[in-house]
Design a protein around this ligand. Structure first.
Ligand code: C5P
Length: 218
């Protein structure tokens, strides 16, 4: 049986993680959260007290790191130098700093190579991020670009953490702007991606639509 790669891109709060994990479970596929990889590098950069403007030092941290990337959609663990970092990589410090780290071209080159190696070693895999359909897996069998209104995305994110709606909305807007305007592999919809606006759709509905699309490509 041939390989199946599903690319899921979109801005923060568009439903990427929930949807990607559900689709991976339904396909009995692996799940790769590339955002978690950028977050893990950012965690190490902050741990080592590196200046976020120092691209060379950030790159050195990324190169010297041992990343453990779990790909079980039910339980995708992340470790940094052998230590579990699942909680830390979702914290406000990492979230604030991650766009600066992910804008460093050498960091992207390193992580994209690791992502491609994980994909190449998988029979079926759902990969989520910002540049999967455009850069990491341009030959993916199905490319999905998830969107949702800014208000709805902030609502989803503020229900996941303790921050206010306004603070979350401001953080999302800042991160979207940085992620879409950086020079290296910005957030962009692939020309051949299916766009799905999830503002008014439930999770089950989105998953069902993607499953129907997958039936056509497999
Ligand atoms: O998806 P998540 O919000 O966890 O991603 C965190 C950050 O990682 C994004 O804001 C972006 O800066 C970066 N990222 C990226 N390329 C990807 C995935 C994430 O630059 N493929």
């Amino acid at each position: 049986s041939r390989q199946l790669v599903v690319a899921v891109d979109g801005p923060s709060g568009s439903g990427k993680s929930t949807i990607s994990r559900r689709v991976a479970q339904a396909l009995d596929a692996r799940y790769l959260d590339t955002g978690a990889m950028y977050r893990a590098v950012t965690f190490a950069v902050l741990r080592d007290g590196v200046d976020l403007r120092d691209a060379d030092k950030i790159t050195a941290v990324a190169e010297g790191l041992r990343l453990g990337i779990g790909t079980d959609p039910l339980d995708p663990h992340i470790s940094v130098d052998g230590i579990a970092a699942d909680r830390e990589i979702r914290g406000p410090e990492v979230t604030r700093a991650v766009s600066a780290v992910s804008a460093v071209p050498a960091v992207r080159a390193l992580l994209v190579a690791q992502q491609r190696a994980i994909i190449a070693a998988s029979v079926r895999i759902v990969v989520e991020g910002r540049d999967i359909g455009t850069v990491v897996a341009p030959d993916a069998d199905l490319k999905v670009y998830l969107t949702a209104s800014a208000d709805e995305r902030a609502r989803r994110r503020s229900s996941e953490n303790a921050a206010s709606h306004a603070a979350t909305a401001a953080d999302l807007a800042r991160r979207d702007r940085l992620d879409s305007t950086r020079a290296a592999d910005p957030l962009r919809r692939a020309d051949d991606a299916v766009v799905l606006d999830t503002t008014a759709l439930g999770i089950d509905e989105v998953v069902e639509r993607l499953q129907r699309m997958l039936e056509k490509v497999t």
